[in-house]
Design a protein around this ligand. Structure first.
Ligand code: C2E
Ligand code: C2E
Ligand code: C2E
Length: 91
């Protein structure tokens, strides 16, 4: 079964995102910047995004949503929850 369910809360760690190489993280960083601009939400350490946005990002990265989730965890942008849900609690 998929690791991404409708109730999964996707919370990006913006500090980790900002320290990644641009050639890999660039599309994700631009997507997050666009959401921040649309919300006028510029000062957060984290950014909650829509589950639908993860599906769009997976298309951009030519991966399945689960594969992209695994990559984001490897990058330190997402933390894996104990129950398989995705969140960050590093603050
Ligand atoms: P919109 O989709 O028409 O949403 C209008 C407003 O409804 C948002 O204003 C927000 O106050 C609220 N809203 C909509 N969906 C949610 C939700 O799932 N959770 C929460 N907490 N509030 C929600 P806001 O934040 O100023 O965003 C303005 C517009 O920017 C949105 O209009 C949408 O077009 C875009 N946007 C903002 N954040 C996202 C995002 O994470 N993903 C996408 N795809 N678009 C976003
Ligand atoms: P939460 O969703 O678990 O978020 C915990 C904290 O992470 C937030 O504390 C905030 O400091 C940060 N955070 C999470 N997502 C974002 C984001 O997209 N942008 C920014 N800038 N920071 C983010 P905070 O603000 O004190 O909120 C505490 C709780 O209050 C949140 O827990 C959530 O349950 C609720 N909450 C706050 N704002 C909203 C909102 O606009 N919509 C909804 N539905 N709940 C909200
Ligand atoms: P979701 O669409 O997967 O969104 C997950 C979280 O991303 C939201 O948690 C919120 O923290 C953030 N988010 C998404 N879109 C926006 C936006 O336009 N503006 C802002 N400021 N934050 C956004 P939240 O608020 O706890 O909502 C949980 C779920 O409830 C959402 O999951 C969505 O399925 C539903 N929901 C909440 N508000 C709305 C809404 O206004 N319209 C719709 N269609 N669904 C909503």
């Amino acid at each position: 079964s998929s690791a991404i369910t409708k109730s999964t809360k996707i919370v990006l760690n913006l500090e980790s995102l900002g320290s990644l190489p641009a050639d890999e993280a660039g599309p994700l960083a631009r997507y997050a910047s666009t959401i921040q601009a649309q919300r006028h939400d510029y000062n957060g350490k984290v950014l909650s995004i829509r589950t639908e946005d993860l599906k769009s990002l997976a298309i951009i990265y030519d991966m399945s949503p689960d594969e992209l989730t695994t990559r984001l965890i490897e990058w330190g942008v997402l933390s894996p929850g104990a129950d398989g849900s995705i969140y960050t609690d590093e603050d």
